[in-house]
Write a protein that binds this ligand. Structure first.
Ligand SMILES: Nc1nc2c(ncn2[C@@H]2O[C@H](COP(=O)(O)OP(=O)(O)OP(=O)(O)O)[C@@H](O)[C@H]2O)c(=O)[nH]1
Length: 202
């Protein structure tokens, strides 16, 4: 028997070069890879964390930002419990592309997906092009959680993924209290993406 109580699928999306792979590697491996190459298609990594005494396994899917992979990567949105939309705070272009990413999320992701907007590369202070309050405004408009990070300096990276795991775990736990037929399913320990997906009516 695998040693975890819940498993959540988290998918990172956003323009090429914003730092999606570096965020995932910082969180799962505790390093900032020198000369990180562009992702081809989709990659995934796993990390188990403890949330209020329960082991929670995060299966983190890192998608390629390049346009040519878009149709492959979009097919991963549907089963995501959490989506992390990343832009580079030092690149206005990556921020200006966000509305198109929101159209894709609305088209391909589950309506109930929990989503985070993340402005990465805060360590490059002098090169910043997108002020924090502008990022936050965008996130508020779309009812997303918001965080600025630095994969390089390990700033807010653990917080991002732990917050997601915490919110998703609370979501499942609170639905256990719902006295209907679905709560019976949810009260069983969730051991796989498919059973977890049922909890979210995917
Ligand atoms: N200064 C700084 N550079 C970063 C940070 N995160 C990533 N980078 C750099 O940004 C570049 C792109 O990083 P990746 O993680 O490959 O970006 P990506 O979003 O996964 O790119 P695709 O795979 O093409 O979609 C690399 O040169 C990284 O070293 C950060 O927090 N700070």
């Amino acid at each position: 028997m695998e040693d975890y109580k819940y498993l959540f699928k988290v998918v990172l999306i956003g323009e090429a070069g914003v730092g999606k792979t570096c965020l995932v590697r910082r969180f799962t491996q505790g390093l900032f890879p020198p000369g990180q190459a562009a992702t081809i298609g989709v990659d995934f990594m796993i990390k188990t964390v403890e949330i209020d005494g329960d082991k929670v396994k995060l299966q983190i899917w890192d998608t390629a930002g390049q346009e040519k992979f878009r149709s492959i990567t979009q097919s991963y949105y549907r089963a995501a419990h959490g989506l992390v939309l990343v832009y580079d705070v030092c690149s206005q272009n990556t921020f200006d592309a966000l509305p198109q990413w929101m159209v894709d999320i609305e088209s391909f992701a589950n309506q109930k997906v929990m989503s985070y907007l993340v402005g990465n590369k805060t360590d490059r202070g002098d090169a910043r092009e997108v002020p924090t309050h502008i990022g936050k405004q965008f996130a508020d408009r779309y009812e997303m959680k918001f965080l600025e990070t630095s994969a390089k300096e390990a700033d807010n990276v653990d917080k991002l993924f732990i917050d997601m795991a915490t919110i998703l775990t609370e979501e499942i736990r609170s639905r256990r209290l719902v006295p209907d037929s679905q709560s019976a399913d949810i009260s069983k320990d969730t051991k796989s993406i498919s059973s977890c997906a049922q909890c979210f009516k995917l």
